[in-house]
Design a binder for this molecule. Structure first.
Ligand SMILES: [Zn+2]
Length: 779
């Protein structure tokens, strides 16, 4: 019998082929659609009547020795066919007698019998074939989850089922299921597909969308992930006896990175890695990669390799190749990152070496390949693509600083994945929100999953299908919101940053007039689904980022047209429009399960408390309001422009460390004098500080307040020690308040003492802590 090698049918570019001749939804790439039109069969197509009036002559046939994944596939198919049609199909093994009406599943003995010899190896681990043959339906897949993926693809493409999110599924009712001819082969070009997005971690969602992660987002395929040199060569064990194992930096050996040309280092790393692999033998990928700092070894031997290769990746690849030689059945992964991002000139990674590239610096307003500011990164991807067989890209798809904030990057998701896939990238880690929620979390996770499987899927079709299914009749308004925001961003020609803020966007895609327009679109969307409480809730969740942006902008410019405060009869009062937003916003976050509005800090309750704090402080034109501050410390070179006004401008720093705060580093203390310009009765002084301890922003250990009549002789009126822990990594705002017997004063002096360098237990041990201060309030 002539064996049909499916692998040979793949075009050279080896993109996914979708050859469905019938499907409820046209998900075919245009080229394939045209081809199919030309090849439309002349003979009438034999129909398969799978179910009729809730009964079915069919049975599901699994291999006699089915794998757990094939058995699961059979149960999933059985269950959904029952839900769709009311028909319960029996599951039998292939050693039972044949019948005409069979759904043949998996790497099945029947495949040869029905005349469809399949070289299942060419389907790799995840690919599959869906095909009709006479009265049979065949769904057979690669050796890991291919058959299960085939079943989900069949349900989706041919029976109209959808899984938009773990909670929102569509299962169309159909008493009579009829199939025409199907010949559908799908093999993904990206073999490892991970959306690090909490909404996608649900077990069924993971299988349905063919993703490679466990239920908590963990990666069972990966034994070690990144920055592993310190684990594989622990400085605490080796540095004191063998400083020569570590990097020579400016004539000194320091334990920042290993000395990769030292043979003893290779021996220890291989030994430790062997021990790790023995503990987790199922994992394929093992990271042997640089620590997260730039101090690599510049000893004569390391430097000779790096000079020859034109990049410090030279000594890295030489070293990692030697490790990989010891573990031929594992993939040894290393970072092409920071100093090691450029590819070496002559060295080639071994076949079992994986190269990990990170797109963290890139902007998200344009596709990477069209953005001149990403030219360097694009060249690196192209260069590595020419020499490495296995590449993973760690890509970033949300705004990490403000998780619940508009972030119009949907239009770059697909072109970026296409660019990577075209340059030999066969594994993708798409980092989204590891917490519940975030802007368009379900939509973004859905689109990314679709494009990971097929980077050439029609993006418009995917998005519209989702919007219709998820938002019902509100879909057109939401689509307009997405389109208009994207257009505004592109027209503004401003960059979109993953660490940006809604205030930054106030001159691009979040201008006052655009915000008005978006509000109108969401009013329409809400009105359209007012009768469906569940869909209405989804629309409100989609609106949350806009609410957040409005409140953030109101805080940034508190006395502006749309600020937190409005002047009513000559008095500053909280604007009712802003006050009315905070409770519904927070309550919706809590109902939805949002735990953080910012990657490292700020729960919804903290956000609400911050807002109420601002309301209760009021737009207080206190005694120091608008007065100039003169700094003795920090020195002028540590101060940004406008620093003399920021502490007395009436705007309070809040949960977002990006604005209204004055931050300075390098162990500098705060010592500042404010001239009230005339003698006043003073009874209270306060100043606020921000802490985000992981990122070296740490509260002062003590704050002192002084007053003076002449600006020379100061009397100390308050000393406040910090009592909050500095070893917790959430964001904190702390007021240091001194109240005292009222006294006459013209000059106010504030001294805040930093803790100095961070203590040993801190991840940035020994580095100078920063002080972050805002608003010195004098009453
Ligand atoms: Zn060295």
């Amino acid at each position: 019998m002539e064996k049909l090698n499916i692998g040979r049918q793949l075009p050279a570019a080896s993109m996914i082929i979708l050859l469905g001749l019938m499907g409820l939804f046209s998900a075919l790439p245009l080229s394939a659609q045209k081809k199919n039109k030309k090849k439309a069969p002349a003979a009438p197509v034999q129909q398969i009547i799978l179910t009729q009036d809730g009964i079915s002559p069919y049975r599901i046939v699994v291999p006699a020795a089915a794998t757990p994944s094939e058995l699961k596939a059979s149960r999933v198919l059985q269950d959904y066919l029952l839900q769709i049609s009311g028909a319960a199909l029996p599951i039998v093994t292939a050693d039972k007698p044949r019948s005409k009406n069979e759904i043949v599943l998996g790497q099945n003995e029947r495949l040869d019998e029905v005349g469809i010899p399949v070289n299942l190896n060419s389907l790799k681990q995840d690919g599959f074939l869906i095909r009709t043959d006479s009265l049979r339906l065949i769904i057979a897949g690669g050796n890991e989850k291919g058959t299960l993926y085939g079943v989900y693809a069949f349900l989706e493409k041919y029976l109209g089922c959808r899984m938009y999110s773990p909670k929102v599924k569509v299962i169309p009712q159909q008493k009579r299921i009829v199939l025409g001819k199907i010949d559908d082969l799908q093999v993904p070009v990206i073999g490892f597909r991970d959306t690090h997005y909490k909404v996608s971690w649900d077990a069924e969602y993971t299988d349905w969308h063919k993703l490679d992660h466990g239920e908590d987002g963990e990666r069972p395929d990966w034994g070690m992930w990144v920055h592993t040199f310190n684990t594989l060569l622990p400085p605490e064990i080796h540095y004191s006896d063998h400083p020569e194992y570590f990097a020579l930096v400016k004539d000194k050996r320091i334990p920042t990175q290993p000395c990769l040309s030292n043979p003893a280092v290779l021996e220890i790393v291989v030994q430790n890695l062997r021990r790790k692999i023995a503990q987790q033998p199922a994992a394929t990928y093992w990271s042997v990669s640089q620590n997260d700092n730039r101090n690599y070894c510049t000893c004569d031997k390391c430097r000779a390799i790096d000079d020859r290769e034109g990049s410090p990746s030279g000594s890295i690849i030489q070293f990692v190749n030697q490790v990989a030689e010891q573990f031929p059945d594992k993939m040894i992964s290393t970072l092409a990152y920071e100093y090691g991002r450029h590819a070496p000139k002559t060295l080639r990674p071994r076949d079992n070496v994986n190269i990990m590239l990170c797109s963290i610096e890139a902007f998200r307003d344009k596709p990477i390949k069209e953005d001149s500011t990403s030219a360097d990164f694009v060249r690196d991807v192209e260069d590595w693509g020419k020499i490495a067989r296995d590449i993973i890209v760690w890509d970033y798809v949300i705004q990490f600083n403000n998780l619940v904030s508009p972030f119009p990057n949907l239009h770059v998701l697909q072109p970026n994945l296409q660019f990577f896939a075209d340059h030999g990238v066969n594994a993708m880690f798409e980092q989204g929100n590891r917490e519940v929620g975030g802007e368009f979390a379900a939509l973004r996770a859905y689109m990314i999953s679709k494009f990971l499987w097929n980077p050439y899927e029609n993006a418009d079709t995917v998005m519209n299908d989702f919007l219709r299914g998820y938002y019902g009749v509100a879909a057109p308004s939401i689509r307009s919101y997405i389109d208009e925001m994207r257009q505004a961003l592109i027209t503004s020609r401003q960059p979109l940053r993953i660490f940006g803020t809604p205030n930054e966007a106030s001159t691009s895609y979040l201008t006052p007039s655009l915000i008005q327009r978006y509000e109108k679109l969401f009013d329409q969307a809400e009105a359209a689904v007012a009768q469906s409480p569940e869909v209405l809730e989804r629309v409100k969740i989609a609106r949350q980022p806009l609410q957040f942006a409005i409140m953030e902008q109101a805080k940034k410019n508190p006395t502006g047209d749309r600020g937190v405060f409005a002047k009513v009869n000559g008095k500053w009062e909280v604007r009712t429009d802003i006050r009315a937003r905070i409770d519904p916003f927070t309550d919706l976050c809590i109902r939805e399960g949002v735990t953080q509005v910012k990657e490292w800090s700020t729960s919804p309750e903290e956000y609400r408390a911050n807002m109420y704090r601002l309301f209760s402080q009021g737009m207080n034109e206190h005694l120091a309001f608008g007065k100039r501050a003169v700094f003795t410390s920090p020195s002028a070179d540590k101060l940004p422009e406008g620093a003399d006004k920021i502490l007395t401008d009436g705007k309070r720093g809040n949960h977002d460390d990006n604005y209204n705060w004055l931050e300075f580093s390098g162990q500098q203390e705060l010592d500042v004098v404010i001239d009230l310009e005339e003698v006043k009765k003073v009874r209270r002084i306060e100043s606020a500080y921000y802490q985000l301890a992981f990122w070296l922003r740490i509260l002062p250990r003590q704050v002192e307040y002084f007053v003076s009549l002449d600006g020379k002789n100061f009397e100390r009126v308050g000393v406040i020690d910090n009592t909050l822990p500095i070893d917790q990594y959430g964001g904190r705002v702390r007021d240091f308040i001194a109240e005292f017997e009222p006294r006459d004063a013209r000059y106010i002096r504030v001294k805040a003492h930093t803790i100095g360098n961070t203590p040993e237990w801190h991840p940035g041990a020994g580095r100078p802590a920063n002080l972050v201060v805002d608003e010195i309030v004098v009453e």
